[in-house]
Design a protein around this ligand. Sequence first.
Ligand SMILES: C[S@@+](CC[C@H](N)C(=O)[O-])C[C@H]1O[C@@H](n2cnc3c(N)ncnc32)[C@H](O)[C@@H]1O
Length: 292
Amino acid sequence: MTPLRPSAPNIIAPRDDARDFLLTERDFDRIRALIHRRAGISLGSHKREMVYSRLARRLRALRLNDFATYLAVLEADESCDEWEYFTNALTTNLTSFFREAHHFPLLAEHAKKIGRPYSVWCAAASTGEEPYSIAITLAEALGDRASTVLATDIDTQVLAKARAGVYTAEQVSRLSQDRLKRFFLKGTGQRAGLVKVKPELASTISFEPLNLLAPDWGIRERFDAIFCRNVMIYFDKPTQGRILERFVPLLKPHGLLFAGHSENFSYVTRAFQLRGQTVYELSPPGARTGAP
Ligand SMILES: C[S@@+](CC[C@H](N)C(=O)[O-])C[C@H]1O[C@@H](n2cnc3c(N)ncnc32)[C@H](O)[C@@H]1O
C-alpha cells in the first residue's frame, strides 16, 4: 500500500486507513478538467470523496498504483476505451419512475392534442425510469404503438440497465396496480421481487449512447417533445445555452421542452419561453436571438 502522508500540504487528507491511493490537489484538478471537457460536467470541490471512491475502484481493477498514472493514460489518447469507464464513473444517475410527476399529465394532454404518431427524445435517460414513464404515459394517452421514444445518455452502463428494463419491487412501488399489471411482468423463482418491462412497451423505446457535448448528435428527426431533465444542472451556463440552441431545429413547431425542477432556462436563452412549471415551448422565430 502507498504510504499516506496526510500532513503534506498538497495532499487531500485520507479519512481512514482503508485508503489505497493518494489523491493530490493536482490529480483532482486534472480529473475535473478532463470530465468537464469530455461531458460538460462541472465537479465542485465537495465531490472529492465521490471522485476518490469511484475512481479508486478503477485503479484497483487496472492494478495501477496512483491517480497520476491513470490520468496519463486518459490524457495520452482521447479515444482509448478507458474514457468510457472514466465517464461512467463520474456521472450522477439519480432518477425514479414518474419523477416530477406534474410533467406527465401535461405530456398526456399534449399527446392527445397532437395525436399519433407522437415522438419524444429523452436526452438524459439514466437507468430508464424516465423513458419508461414517458412511454407509459403515451401508451395510456394514445394507445399501444402510437409513439416512439429515443432514450439517450452518455453513460453506457446505465443505458445497459435501462435496456434490460428490470427493476426491484421497491423501485416500482409508487406505480399503481393497473400500471404494474399492464406494463410489467412479475419475476418468479430466482427473480421473485423483480419486475421486467413488457416487450410491447419496451419496443417503443430505442436506447442509444449520446453525449450532449458531441459536435454531431446524429439525430435526423424532429420531436413533439424533448425531456432534458436534471442534467443541465451539471453544465455551466454557456454549455447549457449551446445545447438549448441545438434543440431548436429538433423540435416540431408545437413541441415542448421539459426541464428539471431546478433548471431555469429563461436566464440562459431566448430560444425558449416558459409555458408551465419547468415546461418550455419555442419562442416565436423573431424573438429567439439575443441575450436573455
Ligand atoms: C441525475 S440523472 C437524471 C436522469 C433523469 N433525466 C431524471 O431527471 O430523473 C443525469 C443523467 O445525465 C447523464 N449525463 C451527464 N452528462 C451527460 C452528457 N454530457 N450527455 C448526456 N448525458 C449526460 C448522466 O449519465 C445521468 O444519467
